[in-house]
Design a binder for this molecule. Structure first.
Ligand code: ADP
Ligand code: NI
Length: 218
């Protein structure tokens, strides 16, 4: 099978799997991450097939929606890729990227796996969590979880453990301080850093205006 055909088949599988997915994790999130991946990959020495497949398959079964089970997604990806008769080594690499891409696994002290391909896809996924799209996704997620937009009596908590973070019922705006504003300093690649800087500035402007309006002086 040609690489183009492999990508086409994967797109078809991902679209089908994500039918009806919540707005922050639907096919269009995957499409944006895929596009960001190709953009960043242009400046990096990486295997384009590996980063493409990892980008397309990285969120097919988000643990948040599978009772915290982080093994479902990688397993589904591996099973799917096996049906395409691609090299075992390639499948292994894609699965390792999916297992290690999340913010939570980057918080783990025992870093299990690293590759330039992982760094590229991780940057691409992080870019979609910040800027205008990132803002939309954060409030969409908060709405899905029935969270408040903002509550001045519940300050952000930067010292939460993984478990506390998962259980936290904090307002959506706290997520900016607990995660989104920290992402620009976690970017791996030069082009990722540049793109993140722009989106970061936009979030700062957004927050400034948000508080002005909240306080009734805008
Ligand atoms: P991804 O899998 O795309 O890396 P996540 O699964 O961590 O991202 O989250 C999906 C989207 O929901 C992201 O844009 C993220 O910022 C947002 N999100 C996750 N947790 C929260 C939260 N506690 N409050 C608001 N938004 C959140
Ligand atoms: Ni994602």
């Amino acid at each position: 099978m040609t690489n183009t055909k492999i990508i086409e088949e994967t797109i078809r599988f991902v679209k089908e799997t994500l039918k009806g997915a919540e707005g922050g994790h639907d096919w269009f999130h995957i499409q944006r991450v895929f596009n960001n991946t190709l953009l960043i990959a242009k400046d990096e020495k990486v295997d384009v097939l590996v980063v493409s497949l990892a980008a397309l398959l990285h969120d097919i079964a988000d643990a948040k929606f599978y009772d915290g089970d982080e093994t479902v997604g990688p397993k589904m990806a591996a099973d799917f890729l096996s049906t395409l008769q691609v090299e075992k080594q390639l499948i292994e690499h894609v699965v390792q990227i999916i297992e290690n891409i999340s913010f939570k696994s980057s918080l783990d002290s025992k870093k299990r796996f690293s590759s330039q391909e992982l760094k590229v896809v991780q940057d691409a996924d992080r870019l979609d969590a910040i800027g205008a799209i990132g803002i939309a996704r954060a409030f969409n997620y908060g709405g899905y979880k029935n969270r408040e937009l903002y509550n001045p009596d519940i300050p952000p908590n930067l010292k939460m453990t993984k478990e506390e973070y998962k259980k936290s019922k904090a307002p959506s705006l706290n997520h900016f301080y607990e995660k989104l504003l920290l992402l620009k300093d976690k970017m791996n690649t030069d082009s990722g850093k540049k793109l993140a800087e722009k989106r970061h500035q936009f979030m700062l402007e957004y927050l400034e205006q948000f508080f002005k309006e909240w306080n009734g002086n805008a």
